[in-house]
Design a protein around this ligand. Structure first.
Ligand SMILES: *[C@@H]1O[C@H](CO)[C@@H](O)[C@H](O)[C@H]1NC(C)=O
Ligand SMILES: *[C@@H]1O[C@H](CO)[C@@H](O)[C@H](O)[C@H]1NC(C)=O
Length: 188
C-alpha cells in the first residue's frame, strides 16, 4: 500500500518535472505566443516585431518561417502604401517653374519609381523564403531598403534645400525590413 502510494508520488513528480523542463510544451499550452516572443527578442525592434506579428491572426499557429512571411508582407504593404502616398503628394505639388516645385516633383517621381521597385524586391524576398533560400531573401530585402535610401538621398542632393516628406516613412520601412532580415537570419 505504502509502496504503491510512493510510486504514484514518484511518477507524478517525474511527470511534473518533465512537463516543466519541456518548455516548449508549457509555452505552447499557454498563449501560443512563445514563438513570437522568442523570435522577436533577437530582432532590431522586439516591440514593433511583436506588435505586428500579434496583430496578424495567422501568427498564433505559424512557425518561424511563417512569421518571416507575415513580417515581409507587412513590409511590402507599407512600401506599397508609401508609393500611394507619394502619388498623392505628386498630385498635390504645384506644377510651376519655381525651382522648389520643380525639384520636389523630380524627387517625388524618383521616389515613386524606387518604392515601386521596393515592393517588387520584397515580393521576390517572399518567393525566396518559400523556396527556403533565406540568404537570397535577405539580399532582396536589403535591396528594397537600398532603393528607399536612394529616394531619401534624392532630396539631400537637390540643388535647392528640400526636406524629404518621406523620412518618417523611410525609418519605419527600414525597421520592418531590418526585423524581417533578422528573422530570415534566424532561419539560416
Ligand atoms: C497597393 O496600394 C494601393 C493603393 O495605393 C491598393 O489599391 C493596392 O491594393 C495595394 N496593393 C497591395 C498588393 O497591397
Ligand atoms: C489630385 O488632386 C485633385 C485636386 O487638386 C483631386 O481632385 C484629385 O482627386 C487628386 N487625384 C488623386 C489621384 O489624388
Amino acid at each position: 500500500m505504502d509502496i504503491t502510494k510512493y510510486s504514484s508520488f514518484v511518477v507524478l513528480s517525474l511527470l511534473i518535472i518533465y512537463l516543466l523542463s519541456n518548455q516548449r510544451w508549457v509555452l505552447v499550452s499557454g498563449e501560443g505566443n512563445d514563438l513570437i516572443d522568442s523570435t522577436c527578442k533577437t530582432t532590431d525592434d522586439p516591440n514593433l516585431c511583436m506588435k505586428i506579428l500579434r496583430s496578424d491572426p495567422h501568427s498564433s499557429c505559424a512557425d518561424v518561417k511563417g512569421l518571416a512571411h507575415i513580417m515581409l508582407e507587412a513590409a511590402s504593404a507599407y512600401c506599397n502604401e508609401t508609393s500611394g502616398q507619394i502619388k498623392k503628394m505628386l498630385n498635390e505639388t504645384k506644377i510651376s517653374d519655381r525651382p522648389v516645385d520643380k525639384f520636389m516633383r523630380d524627387c517625388l517621381r524618383l521616389c515613386l519609381e524606387k518604392y515601386n521597385i521596393g515592393v517588387n524586391n520584397i515580393q521576390d524576398a517572399i518567393q525566396r523564403l518559400e523556396l527556403n533560400d533565406y540568404y537570397k531573401g535577405i539580399i532582396d530585402t536589403q535591396a528594397s531598403v537600398n532603393v528607399a535610401i536612394t529616394c531619401e538621398e534624392g532630396f539631400s542632393r537637390s540643388p535647392v534645400k528640400l526636406k524629404s516628406p518621406l523620412t518618417d516613412r523611410y525609418y519605419h520601412f527600414d525597421k520592418l525590413c531590418e526585423i524581417s532580415m533578422d528573422i530570415l537570419t534566424e532561419l539560416r
